[in-house]
Design a protein around this ligand. Sequence first.
Ligand code: FAD
Length: 376
Amino acid sequence: MDADVAVIGVGTMGSMALWQLAKRGVSVLGFEQFGIGNDRSAVGGESRLFRTAYMEGKQYVPLLKEARKLWVQLENETGNTLLTLHGGLMIGDPQTEVMQNVMESIEEFQLEHEIIQGETAFKKYPQFKLFPEEVMILDKNAGFLRPELAVISAAYRAEELGAEIHRFTKVEKILPDPTGVTIVANGKSYRVGKLLVTTGAWTKKLLPKLVTNIDARRLVLTWFSAKKLVEFKPEVFPIFARMRRGFRLTGAPTLDGTMVKASNTKNPDRVSDPSFLNRDVSLEELMEVSDAVRELIPGLIPDPVRASVYMDGYTEDDHSVIGEIPGMDHTILISGFSGHGFKMAPVIGTIAAELILDGKTNRDISHLDIKRNLVY
Ligand SMILES: Cc1cc2nc3c(=O)[nH]c(=O)nc-3n(C[C@H](O)[C@H](O)[C@H](O)COP(=O)(O)OP(=O)(O)OC[C@H]3O[C@@H](n4cnc5c(N)ncnc54)[C@H](O)[C@@H]3O)c2cc1C
């Protein structure tokens, strides 16, 4: 055996799983096809939103509460600032499913919040235009994460604790058998007891016969400048997610002191082969997000000043899959985070370590079970 465990894909979830496994004294190998913190997948683009009053369903709230503590733990172990909490605004019509999910999360878990509308909204957050049918819900335990630094921090911490990471090493083959798993990467074979696959948007490429459909999808991030940039500093401008007429506009305050992130992440396009991701941003894409910014955030200058393209793995129901791959002994898959997984990464890393070492976790992840009835 070369190690007890191998992790394929040292991106968001892989780096956190390596950290948690190494912390538990497990001998673990990581394989990453590019460098750590690379921008060819779902890591990159300066910030990720952290929210607890959850649009995607209240079943995530316990995981997010735990994730928050683990982000702080990773910060303490590495000395790097990863999570900044200045609150987050969920903006939309309260009758919509996503806004109702936010309210249900708040009510069931008594999350700290404020409901803001009308004149008060205008006074408190003049950066936004709010329509009469809309409300703002301020999630007080929301903020932004620094994705590149977070992944690098977890991977380097894992190495300090004894993990061995093979960079620029693409896994080509996985060969499970009753006593372990053989992995072939860069023409070399490695033998381990258990395997964790965290390959995100690349999952289908590595596992073409996987029954669960995990589509690679393309997301475009865009940044804008502002008439008065001081109004978009983190202390006064929270992260936000806003649903309106076909847009899902999400964004963060200015982090570099010159630009504000505001992106349309609604209905990302399918990517047929992640090796050939189109990283060009079309005029139509830029004009669409520019229109949304002009209408909804009048304090910004609606000419995009920066745009970049990333990918994530999406499932049919937009919830990830976690569990042993049917028909592949000793091999656990954690993938398909569908554009909203970053915030929960450290708790997913913990769950990965538990599933590998104990064969179970006490956390409720039934909505993420790989064996659930996904419609294909
Ligand atoms: C633009 C964008 C914005 C987002 N915004 C948010 C947000 O605000 N908040 C939030 O919570 N979530 C957000 N998400 C979602 C979140 O970033 C992803 O769900 C999460 O990062 C996915 O993690 P992952 O580990 O599954 O994949 P990744 O982080 O992409 O990691 C997969 C890794 O596997 C490697 N790999 C693949 N195949 C192989 C192979 N054969 N051999 C070796 N290595 C391999 C890849 O190179 C990559 O490094 C966003 C995603 C995108 C793309």
